[in-house]
Design a protein around this ligand. Structure first.
Ligand SMILES: [Zn+2]
Length: 243
């Protein structure tokens, strides 16, 4: 994972890059933990807590009650005990633009269909964030683009940004058509990669559970019960640190 400043200063957004390792890759390199500045800590000042926001102790209590059957604890280990997610959208969908033509040899329209179906599969989880599609890239909230291959040992990447309160504000996905070592991805693999990257887009992180789509090396082709449960739990909690 790469941490990159988009804007200077305390109000800076942190952009997080998530990489999906391909199915046949060697052991994945562990991503370095992000060190993210909090505006409340600068100069010794104290951040005022939003009174409508549950205290970390209350969030920990909810995690203890509802964490079973999820991999939220795996995520907290990867994320320095903090959660990020989109604000509730109150019915307004995130507008998704999916690239539907490229010069990449072997690229097929069926890839765009698989990506679209992956978004619809996540819609069926009924989170407070849902997706709709737009052919207009300029008005889209999220862009999904294809690349021939990555030079790294990955097949997909999601870049998202958050604000100082850990709300996700922006995200884009890039998906490779070819594995770095040559083979082209089939439609099922593209679908699985898209499910995984949309999971990152939603704020999910990797799990050690290889039967879930959020395993760092994706081995399954559909969302697991744990994927759904973890996303639902994430979207029942406020973002931010839980320690
Ligand atoms: Zn990943």
């Amino acid at each position: 994972m790469t941490l990159r400043r988009i804007l200077p200063g305390a109000a800076a957004l942190a952009a997080l890059l998530f990489a999906l390792l391909p199915l046949a890759s060697p052991a994945p390199a562990r991503r370095p933990r992000a060190r993210l500045a909090s505006s409340g800590a600068i100069g010794g000042s104290v951040a005022l807590r939003d009174p409508s926001r549950p205290a970390p102790s209350e969030v920990r209590r909810r995690l203890a009650v509802s964490g079973a059957g999820t991999y939220i604890n795996d995520m907290l280990v990867e994320r320095d005990s903090a959660l990020s997610r989109w604000p509730d959208r109150h019915g307004a969908p995130l507008r998704i633009w999916i690239q539907n033509e490229t010069d990449i040899p072997g690229w097929a329209e069926s890839y765009a269909v698989e990506v679209r179906n992956a978004f619809l599969e996540w819609n069926a989880v009924h989170l407070p964030v849902r997706f709709a599609f737009t052919p207009d890239s300029t008005s889209a909230d999220v862009h999904v683009a294809f690349i021939d291959h990555f030079d790294e040992e990955i097949s997909g990447r999601t870049k998202w940004a958050r604000d100082d309160d850990w709300w996700i504000t922006d995200a884009d996905i890039t998906l490779a058509v070819y594995h770095r070592d040559g083979p082209i991805l089939d439609d099922d693999a593209m679908h699985a990669m898209a499910l995984h990257e949309i999971g990152h887009l939603l704020g999910l992180d990797h799990t050690t559970d290889s039967t879930s789509i959020m395993a760092p090396r994706v081995r399954v082709r559909a969302l697991s019960r744990a994927d759904r449960a973890t996303a639902r739990l994430l979207y029942s909690l406020p973002p931010g640190g839980v320690r």
